[in-house]
Design a protein around this ligand. Structure first.
Ligand code: AMP
Ligand code: GLY
Length: 425
């Protein structure tokens, strides 16, 4: 069948790379894609917010399946529009994407179905939010309710800071996303990313991962979309994986079905592994970026078959196989990121870098200018490698980076340090 993938990041390059070998695939299109994706799929200039244009493209190119990568088109209801047009797609409906689109929605679902998460309050105005702050001990976590590109979370270490965060949200610092505010108890522990395919009824666990959100070495500096990741997450023991499925993922799937808004797609749970077990920090309603890059390096089974089973409601018959190796990815970003990145600088040396043992290079924000490859975003490249251990995968990734000639790019030099310091494999 012909498949259309929506998105343009490293996540979509990794998904394209994993979809391409499928025997079920005739032709892969990607909208809008990037320079790396263009090497393995046909990139098309489609605006995913124009639902009618996406549907028209699907009809004219006999697309049998649309895979929606990023959250914005999901929350905007692209899936619903495709479904209404009779086109099969991967991803949740607009109603089910509320698990990512509204933090308050998810907290209320957790409260209703007994899913472990931080204690919270949900507020539409500053006086009510400030009254809650008065009654609670710091640290407190203040969050804009809606999609804020990872920026709408403030960890307040004083009551004044918490009040200022509330004022910032309600005065529009995060746009429409901040018109409602969630205030939470601060949870202590180690974070992990957990992924599960869900078909509305059944959930199948994917591999685990850990990412590095801060821009600087040693996990310092401002938050980013993710500067690197590795899989598996050593903290996620088989017992914790089973507890996460039993206490968090399955109750969410059952709760969403009970409410009449079944969740189909991939649930990406941000977890805090606390002393009393796994607790939900937040949900995303799509694959993680850059976590997907490491998951795809380890997936042995046919990705397209798995995503089709998710859409078809046949996950109960699916078993996924994984490569036992560790995978690790290092993000190379353009100078300026996570502020305004420098665009249009030339990158050289990628073919030498790609020859290093066990290395795949996924493009996250690139474009071609004739033969020249140019940076075209904040996060630009994902240098991804497999190894028997985190240390080995890390060594392969940094050996590849040493071959890349891009003076206006930078990366963290310590991706995977936490796992290596623990002496885990
Ligand atoms: P979120 O966008 O909700 O995932 O939050 C971004 C980051 O803020 C998380 O990855 C955590 O590091 C941190 N965070 C969010 N909520 C909490 C919480 N309740 N307790 C501790 N840390 C949190
Ligand atoms: N890496 C975090 C995210 O995809 O949101």
């Amino acid at each position: 069948m012909n498949v259309l993938l929506i998105g343009s990041g490293g996540r979509e390059h990794a998904l394209s790379w994993a979809l391409t070998p499928s025997a079920l695939l005739t032709k892969l299109y990607c909208a809008p894609g990037n320079a790396g994706i263009a090497e393995i799929a046909e990139c098309v200039a489609l605006d995913s917010s124009d639902h009618a244009a996406v549907i028209a493209f699907c009809r004219s190119h006999t697309i049998g399946f649309v895979i929606i990568g990023p959250e914005a088109p999901l929350v905007a209801g692209l899936g619903d529009a495709l479904g209404a047009a009779g086109i099969k797609y991967f991803g949740p409906t607009k109603a089910a994407a509320q698990l990512e689109g509204s933090k308050g929605f998810t907290k209320d679902l957790c409260a209703e179905f007994n899913i472990p998460t931080a204690a919270y309050g949900r507020f539409r105005n500053a006086p009510a939010a400030k009254a809650y702050i008065e009654d609670h001990t710091i640290p407190l976590v203040v969050k804009a309710d809606g999609l804020a590109a990872g920026k709408g979370v403030i960890i307040a270490t004083s009551h004044d800071e918490a009040r200022a965060a509330v004022d910032a949200c309600f005065s529009g610092a995060f746009g429409q996303a901040g018109s409602e505010v969630v205030i939470e108890e601060f949870m202590e522990g180690e974070e992990a990313s957990f992924f599960a395919l869900c078909d509305g009824t059944t959930a199948v666990a994917l591999a685990t991962a850990q990412d590095h959100k801060r821009v600087g070495d040693g996990d310092t500096g401002p938050n980013t979309g993710g500067m690197g990741a590795y899989s598996p997450a050593p903290v996620m023991t088989p017992d914790l994986i089973e507890r996460t499925m039993a206490e968090i993922i399955r109750p969410t799937v059952a709760g969403m079905a009970k409410r009449g808004t079944p969740f189909k797609g991939v649930l990406f749970a941000g977890l805090m592994i606390t002393e009393s077990g796994p607790k939900l920090i937040e949900y995303n309603a799509r694959f993680g970026d850059p976590e997907t890059q490491v998951l795809m390096m380890r997936l042995k089974s046919d990705l397209l078959a798995a995503l089709l089973a998710t859409a078809d409601g046949t996950l109960d018959a699916l078993t996924l196989k994984w490569i036992d190796d560790v995978a690790l990815t290092v993000v190379m970003a353009a100078d300026g990121y996570p502020g305004t990145p420098l665009k249009g600088t030339e990158i050289k040396g990628l073919s030498a870098a790609a020859k290093i043992d066990g290395v795949e290079i996924f493009h996250a924000g690139t474009k071609r200018d004739g033969k020249r490859l140019l940076a075209d975003g904040g996060r630009v490249l994902n240098i991804t490698a497999r190894g028997k251990t985190v240390a080995e995968a890390q060594a392969h990734a940094y050996a590849a980076i040493a071959q890349i000639n891009w003076p206006q790019g930078f990366c963290r030099n310590d991706i995977g340090w936490r796992a290596i310091a623990r002496g885990e494999r």
